[in-house]
Design a protein around this ligand. Structure first.
Ligand code: AMP
Ligand code: GLY
Length: 424
């Protein structure tokens, strides 16, 4: 059997989950993670090359003669990592800079949706406050105001009244998110339940790759500020097979076709953030990567080998690749976050219990951890650990994850106690 050398780019919980799954593959001969994290050290060799260091990553891929590069975060795609690897004929699971605009530019995506008639919120794109105000005059509250570019999940304001909306526009155009806010997107408000749907794409073919539901607010009961995600579960029963079919026909297929037709063939994960409205799924946003922490639950549920799927997508051979097979089980992921997350996370808090072996009951992925000079595990980011579990039911998965959490501690840390509530 061909044994592959794989380079995985990233350092969060999503990448730890990918590394954990890739390392189980009989096809994986050597797994190198850049920069990785202390949890990933158990399954991969870590190399201290940063996600935005394209030259360093390309050099590393060449040095280890990587057969496949798997890119976790969109930031590496935005700086053109996949384009550089393509020039060198190194297979890359992750999209070109132009294809990744589906995530990196909200204006690009909204214009793309309009050209292809995809179901999403009505919108306008503005670079000055008076034109934004004229468009706001045509909408009813609440108002949705977004910075065009990447703003680490913080560039969206749902304004309850017009004064808040005007203030948000001025704030963004005034440079609050740097160049990401040079253009603002104003959208019609859509109501419904949200769900995340994933497709793996090779430029022409797309394969359904599961779904999950995130919990974006920081505190129980969906209270508090928006975060990158405080926990997920999969599969989400609210996203029925019929709704998945509809989203596939009306969104995913035309997107993959449209991107190819416009000369930006889409490779990698196409993550559709859906609003399940009374008229069916409508697009909230696309991301050019796996969701974090949605990915963690998908990796637990995926029964088949991940590597052949990633490789086939990178090589443009998905049509003839084996389809993913899922365990008949529910998975959950609970995020243990640092004090002050998301506004001002306190780093350096001591972590204990994270290295315990929970056997089949639970698995802990590291999301924002580091070793201090004494070698102790400490928090180094806002989301610190991901405690994940599988169960024959979501209730069982939840009980296992929360039981494992009881044995872990992070100074000042907190987590939501209601992950999965919509399905329980
Ligand atoms: P985004 O970064 O575009 O995913 O937006 C973050 C969150 O804002 C989404 O998960 C939704 O909860 C909410 N949101 C964004 N756009 C809309 C919209 N047009 N209508 C209602 N809620 C929205
Ligand atoms: N969990 C939401 C995201 O990855 O964007």
């Amino acid at each position: 059997m061909e044994k592959l050398t794989i380079l995985l780019v990233g350092s969060g919980g999503r990448e730890h989950a990918l590394a954990w799954k890739i390392a189980q593959s009989p096809l994986c001969g050597r797994l190198v993670a850049a920069p990785g994290n202390p949890g990933m050290a158990a399954v991969a060799e870590l190399r201290a090359v940063k996600v935005l260091d394209v030259d360093g990553l390309v050099a590393l891929a060449q040095e280890i003669a990587a057969d496949l590069v798997v890119v976790g975060p969109e930031s590496a795609l935005e700086v053109g990592l996949a384009d550089r690897l393509a020039e060198l004929n190194i297979p890359c699971f992750g999209g070109s800079r132009r294809a990744a605009q589906l995530e990196t530019s909200k204006a690009f995506t909204k214009d793309f949706c309009a050209r292809h008639g995809l179901p999403t919120a009505a919108y306008g794109v503005f670079t000055d406050a008076p034109s934004a105000a004229t468009f706001l005059d045509t909408l009813d509250a609440p108002f949705v105001i977004k910075a065009d570019g990447l703003a680490a999940g913080k560039g969206v304001v749902i304004a309850e009244d017009r004064a808040q909306a005007d203030a948000a526009v001025l704030d963004m155009l005034g440079g609050r998110f740097g160049t990401a806010g040079a253009r603002v997107v104003i959208e019609e408000f859509m109501s419904g339940e949200e769900a995340s749907l994933f497709a793996i794409c090779d430029g022409t073919t797309a394969v359904l790759f599961g779904a999950a539901q995130d919990h974006k607010r920081a505190y129980d009961g969906d209270q508090g500020p928006n975060t990158g995600g405080m926990g997920t579960y999969s599969p989400p029963p609210v996203l029925t097979d019929a709704l998945v079919d509809q989203a596939w026909r009306e969104l995913i297929e035309p997107t993959v076709k449209g991107m190819a037709a416009e000369g930006n063939p889409y490779v990698g994960v196409l993550y559709a953030g859906l609003m399940l409205t009374p008229t069916g799924p409508r697009l909230v946003e696309y991301n050019a990567r796996f969701g974090d922490p949605e990915c963690q639950t998908l990796m637990l549920r995926l029964q088949s080998d991940l590597v052949p799927i990633l490789l086939a997508a990178a090589r443009g051979q998905l049509a003839s690749a084996p389809k993913p097979v899922w365990r008949d089980a529910a998975a959950i992921c609970v995020v243990l976050a640092a004090e002050g997350y998301p506004d001002a996370p306190v780093t350096g808090g001591l972590i204990t219990g994270a290295e315990a072996d929970f056997g089949d009951a639970a698995v802990i992925f590291h999301a924002g951890t580091a070793r201090d000079p004494e070698g102790r595990l400490v928090a180094s980011g806002g989301r610190v650990l991901n405690v994940c579990a599988l169960g024959t039911s979501l209730g069982e998965a939840r009980d296992r994850a929360y039981a494992a959490l009881e044995t872990v501690s992070l100074e000042g840390g907190f987590y939501r106690r209601d992950i999965g509530w919509r399905a329980l």
